[in-house]
Design a protein around this ligand. Sequence first.
Ligand SMILES: [Zn+2]
Length: 389
Amino acid sequence: MRKFLLTLLGGIVICAACGGTYNRKSASLAEQASDVRDTLPSAAQPARAFSTEAPAARPNATAVAGDTVTICVVGDIMMGTTYPRVQLPPDEGRELFRDCGDLLRRADVACGNLEGAMTDGGKSTKRGGTHSYSFRMPTCFAPRLSEAGFDFLGLANNHANDFGPDGIRSTERCLTEQGIGFAGIKGHEESVVKEIGGIKYGFCAFGHNRYTLRHQETGEVRRIISDLRERCDILIVSFHGGGEGGGFCHLPDGRETFLGEDRGSLREFARISIDSGADLVYGHGPHVVRAVEVYKERFIAYSLGNFCTPYGISVSGINGYAPAIEVKLGRDGRFLGGKIHSFVQQHGEGPHWDETCAPAREIKSLTEADIQGRSFFIDNDGTIRNATE
Ligand SMILES: [Zn+2]
């Protein structure tokens, strides 16, 4: 959402008062799920002292030169479920995005991954059991997503089909009603374009399940992105992939498997995406964060972890790291700088601002371990700077 623009000057964030009130961006838009080892929440989490202070305000984007855009990307969102039992936050989730809403709304565009079906009925398509969960968000929670500031949500993940084709249709209907663009289901729209602030943003999403557009099918990836490239100014790609849990923080070379499934060759996929025309690639699926990279002046986040998963998905320890990465791009899609904003989840609540910047430091450490020949730096507070600055 265009609200405020991140201005990085010599690596220093310039803060200024931001005018205006919340104003939704006007937009002209219009298998069986694989088993997943999303662990149930562990017992009560120890209370942690988090600052609720919002990240520093920045100058109004409309007041400065419009040659850059700011995009905020986050990971998995599953606001609560009514299956197999009701586990929902109070007040229809109105507090879930309290600490991060300003950040999401002030970006020109905010994107995430909707990890579950949004429907009020239906029958689970999963078998149940130790590694098989179904997530069903009530449709009355849909406005929380637009109120939070989301513009695009990926549906290519291992929970979109938890309530079958009817569940997917319901999810898509809910998002359409909220003016949120989506993509990722095979046989549905392959990509979406929204014009925001005079710029056409293209979005597509890939997963590893048979009912999704798949990142393993590189010919299709090239075709979909190349087609979308012709129709937009800034092209954003979402992907769900990789092994899951604390043993999968590091980004491997080559293909990953998990629970016997092909979970993708994600370095290759991200680079193919950029070679085909993507400007920004963001990933999720491991439930933990992973490295970030700049490839051919385009930004990649390999896993953003869980962002808003108060129930049904473990948020203990590093599973609770919920970064929101704010990326500044040139109008030509080049990466100019960014900031990893650190939020942490506690069971039953949404992401809370983490003044210790633990998620940012984790991404910095993983990046330094897993990405060779970097052209950028990450500071301990999460600021991402091109090495040439
Ligand atoms: Zn998943």
